[in-house]
Design a protein around this ligand. Structure first.
Ligand code: CP3
Length: 351
């Protein structure tokens, strides 16, 4: 037995409690974050263990969420390995010299655990401060990270990445193998320092066909998650409704965006895995009574899965009123157990 409702749900042992945390809970929606970050560049901030510790703890203190997620970024291990990357405010990751040829691969070196000593320090400090509240470690999945490296920055259609994937599959596989090794080391450092769960973000995998995903991406995500054996693993992407079964097959908990109701998601993955999600982040702007009803609906549909960790379907938008997040946590904690039990008994579904 574990004292953490989050870990109980993540390991398939959910009790009556319904755990909740939010992707991007640490960040710009919090005034205390904006104060601490000030004008320091994002990647530099991520290498300061005291700042990382403080910012990671802020949403736990303020909202009473059931898990903390390390304040970092999927680009941090690439930068630590020596890849020339910056995070530009309002834009996202920018790679000065994109990776597009065999020769470019030399600019994606391996990550040594000693390159991310600041992560080891931050995680140990956090574990000491957090007590019973588990820390979630995370990394980016090979496709999503490769997309930034190949495109040189954020992209809507991932056209260059897809062209490289199908046009130069050997180069693609070599690049993904390098990224997978980097993400694996990054996760292993976090777990060794005390992270109790990991989440692998394949945020942009939903842009792929199932066939391309299976052949060109899944083997590399599998390699990363298979290397993590000591803690439960969460795997998440946006727009991945068609990929859910494949993604669920390589993880313990499947993250679901807002497009597919959780009962349907549970059905697609064979009804055997806990689900995480999936309130539409845009609805955080809606009037509270409407939003509260949508929160209840997510709880009811989630009850049809063998376990449910309440979350959004993607990250907290920066303009979110943080009080709304606190109210959602209160609602999930106070009404969640009863709503969940009733929905499980009735078999209430989204359809
Ligand atoms: O609370 C948490 O969730 C932990 C922090 C976290 C960040 N990035 C901090 C961050 C996490 C889990 C990430 C992961 C991440 N980074 C992903 C996967 C999750 C997802 O959103 O799909 C991706 C795709 C990235 C790449 C990235 N980094 C983007 C798209 C951006 C936003 C750019 C912008 O300014 O709009 C970043 C920057 C970033 N990462 C910020 C934060 C708090 C904003 C930087 C700032 O505060 O100036």
């Amino acid at each position: 037995m574990t004292a953490s409702p989050f870990l109980a749900a993540a390991t398939g042992n959910q009790g009556p409690q319904l755990p909740v945390w939010f992707m991007r809970q640490a960040g710009r929606s919090l005034p205390e974050y904006r104060t601490v970050r000030a004008d320091r560049p994002m990647l530099e901030s991520c290498t300061d263990p005291d700042l990382v510790t403080e910012v990671t703890l802020q949403p736990v203190r303020r909202h009473g969420v059931d898990a903390a997620i390390l304040f970092s970024d999927i680009m941090v291990p690439l930068a630590a390995a020596g890849v020339g990357v910056e995070i530009v405010a309002g834009v996202g990751p920018v790679i000065a010299e994109p990776i597009r040829t065999e020769a470019d691969l030399a600019r994606v070196p391996a990550l040594d655990p000693s390159d991310v000593g600041f992560i080891d320090t931050a995680v140990r400090q956090l574990v000491a401060e957090l007590g019973e509240t588990p820390l979630i470690g995370f990394a980016g999945a090979p496709f999503t990270m490769a997309s930034y490296l190949v495109e040189g920055g954020p992209s809507k259609d991932h056209a260059r990445t897809k062209a490289l994937m199908v046009g130069a599959p050997e180069l693609w596989h070599a690049l993904c193998a390098r990224i997978a090794a980097i993400s694996t080391v990054f996760l292993q450092v976090q777990v060794a320092a005390g992270a109790r769960t990991v989440q692998l973000f394949d945020s942009w995998a939903g842009s792929l066909s199932v066939a391309d995903y299976r052949e060109l991406v899944l083997p590399h995500s599998t390699a990363v998650l298979a290397a993590i054996t000591d803690v439960p693993r969460i795997h998440f992407g946006v727009g991945t409704g068609e990929l859910l079964a494949d993604m669920a097959g390589i993880t313990d908990v499947i993250g679901v965006d807002w497009r597919v109701p959780l009962d349907e998601a549970a059905r697609r993955v064979g009804g055997t895995k806990p689900v995480q999600g999936n309130l539409d982040p845009a609805l955080l702007q809606a009037p509270w009574p409407v939003l509260a009803d949508r929160v209840r609906q997510v709880i009811r549909t989630g009850a049809q899965a063998p376990g449910h960790i309440f979350n959004l379907g993607h990250g907290v938008p920066p303009q979110t009123d943080p009080d709304v997040l606190t109210r959602i946590v209160e609602l999930v904690h106070t009404e969640g157990p009863e709503l969940r039990a009733a929905a499980r008994a009735d078999g209430v579904t989204s359809s």
